[in-house]
Design a protein around this ligand. Structure first.
Ligand SMILES: Cc1cc2nc3c(=O)[nH]c(=O)nc-3n(C[C@H](O)[C@H](O)[C@H](O)COP(=O)(O)OP(=O)(O)OC[C@H]3O[C@@H](n4cnc5c(N)ncnc54)[C@H](O)[C@@H]3O)c2cc1C
Length: 472
């Protein structure tokens, strides 16, 4: 039986293991399970294209909370960047594949430290289908039928594939011309170069998919449909940070007070040549605390009325990506519509799409030859067949009040059972905590969680462990 088994080897799984290795000073056995191609990269940092960029500048992507320049310093030592201007690189948006290389290099360096501390680290190429807890033991069943046993288990399962849209003809989803998972290269390859295609969704994944299609030599029409049309904003370069909010956010505030505060500061910020997104950036460090203070009904109201505005301000893209998308729109190759898919039907000629066009206020039709779902990671875990649905159905876990993830104690990362009590030895972090924390998706928050969870594991299993990192 392993001391700690981590399910998922993306950023979260990797950094929990790394921090645990760095902090522990007693021999441990750690196993980490994922599909081989995702090891140390996960979904986010295993892109199929070098044109898929980080949406956060280099200077803000360190994997360690107490070493803010760790990624930047690593980049500056790589052959392509030696001798370049550090301040320019710090504010640049580098390929996500490079970030995957960074995580791999942290992992490789840490393995040497593990060896010197007699910590056994095992990587298991597999996918977990079921979990069971018997007394102090967690039984982790893989899809090949093998079991892995753990004293403590960490669910670092991250981003789930997007949900299928509600349509009448559900049989359509069996079509070879439909791609539910936009992060796989198959979604943009082996495609006739001039026949129209439809992308469902107009967010960050749509941008990646459009670039992937162009790289594959696609020259045809790309239609993109989502409820709000194209609303992505570019990152603006501003050396200055909007700092005027801090004092006013010290006390717990109701949602209506937060909205008034945001409006007041957005107006005031213009005087300092700041825009609304920079005010939202100023809210960001407080977002988890503010979210926890809201009532469930306020959270529902936020999801219904304000989530979209928050996400537009929060999830910005590099200016060069924004320019490319705009150019494709001007040239007519990309046509962005705001609306809702009503039905999809495969015929001998292609795919008939029926959708409601919001601008024209009527139902319209399109014919396309491929559909790629870019609606973003699914967070309602009961809508996906698999590990979580089974665990929730059996009362081993519960969804949070908004069905954005699962319930957990966010100070210890212990997963809650259906009766509200926490599991002693089942932990989670990352996007599974979105309902508890709201902002629990980007490296900025996840690096802190990974370090804190390693502390919890370290104290539980190795009471004498150090709490100081020794990595550099
Ligand atoms: C396309 C994309 C781009 C992003 N870009 C940025 C960015 O530029 N900057 C930023 O800060 N954030 C970005 N993010 C946010 C991103 O979610 C986090 O930065 C971080 O990568 C999340 O790491 P994770 O380990 O929680 O999730 P993931 O990267 O999703 O990794 C989870 C891993 O768990 C594995 N897994 C899931 N279920 C099982 C199972 N049952 N058994 C075994 N393994 C399982 C998956 O195979 C996967 O490898 C991006 C997200 C996406 C999807």
């Amino acid at each position: 039986m392993d001391d700690v088994v981590i399910i998922g080897a993306g950023f979260c799984g990797t950094m929990v293991a790394v921090n645990l290795i760095l902090k522990s000073n007693v021999p441990l056995s750690i196993s980490i399970i994922d599909r081989a191609e995702h090891f140390n990269k996960g979904i986010a940092y295993n892109p199929y294209s070098k044109n898929h960029l980080l949406n956060v500048p280099t200077g803000k992507m360190s994997a360690f909370p107490n070493k803010p320049d760790h990624f930047l310093d690593w980049v500056m030592k790589t052959p392509d960047f030696i001798g370049k201007d550090k301040s320019v690189i710090s504010s640049s948006f580098l390929p996500r594949s490079l970030y995957g290389d960074y995580l791999k290099s942290i992992w490789n360096d840490t393995q040497k430290i593990a060896k010197s501390k007699k910590i056994m680290v095992k990587t298991i190429d597999g996918f977990v289908k079921e979990l069971d807890i018997q007394g102090k033991k967690t039984i982790i069943r893989l899809e090949d039928g093998c079991d892995v046993l753990a004293k403590a288990c960490v669910l670092a399962t991250g981003n789930q594939p997007p949900r299928n849209q509600k349509i009448k003809n559900l049989d359509f989803y069996k079509s070879q011309k439909y791609f539910q998972n936009p992060w796989k290269i198959a979604s943009v390859t082996n495609i006739a170069s001039d026949l129209p295609i439809l992308v469902i969704g107009n967010g960050l994944t749509m941008v990646d998919t459009v670039f992937g299609l162009l790289e594959s030599g696609f020259k045809g029409q790309i239609h993109a449909i989502s409820p709000n049309g194209f609303n992505l904003l570019p990152h603006e370069h501003s050396g200055a940070t909007y700092t005027k909010l801090q004092e006013e956010l010290a006390e717990p505030l109701a949602l209506s007070q937060l909205v008034s505060l945001a409006n007041k500061h957005i107006k005031g910020a213009k005087r300092h040549e700041h825009t609304a997104p920079s005010v939202i950036d100023a809210f960001r460090p407080f977002a988890q605390k503010l979210w926890k203070n809201l009532s469930v009904s306020e959270k529902h109201l936020f999801m219904a009325r304000l989530r979209h505005l928050w996400n537009v301000a929060r999830h910005r893209i590099p200016q060069q990506s924004h320019d490319k998308i705009r150019q494709l729109q001007i040239d007519g190759q990309l046509s962005v519509k705001s609306g809702r898919i009503i039905d999809l039907k495969e015929t001998e000629k292609g795919i008939d799409v029926s959708y409601f066009d919001k601008q024209e206020n009527k139902t319209k039709a399109l014919q396309v030859f491929r559909i790629i779902n870019c609606t973003g990671p699914e967070s309602d875990l009961m809508k996906i067949d698999g590990l979580f649905k089974k665990c929730i159905s059996r009362g081993m876990m519960q969804q949070d009040a908004l069905n954005l993830g699962i319930s957990a104690d966010t100070s210890t990362f212990q997963v809650k059972k259906a009766d509200g009590n926490v599991h002693d030895n089942l932990f989670t972090l990352g996007s599974n905590l979105k309902g508890e924390l709201w902002e629990s998706t980007a490296v900025n928050e996840l690096k802190v969680q990974a370090e804190q969870l390693a502390d919890v594991l370290c104290k539980t299993h190795t009471p004498s462990c150090k709490t100081e990192l020794i990595y550099d």
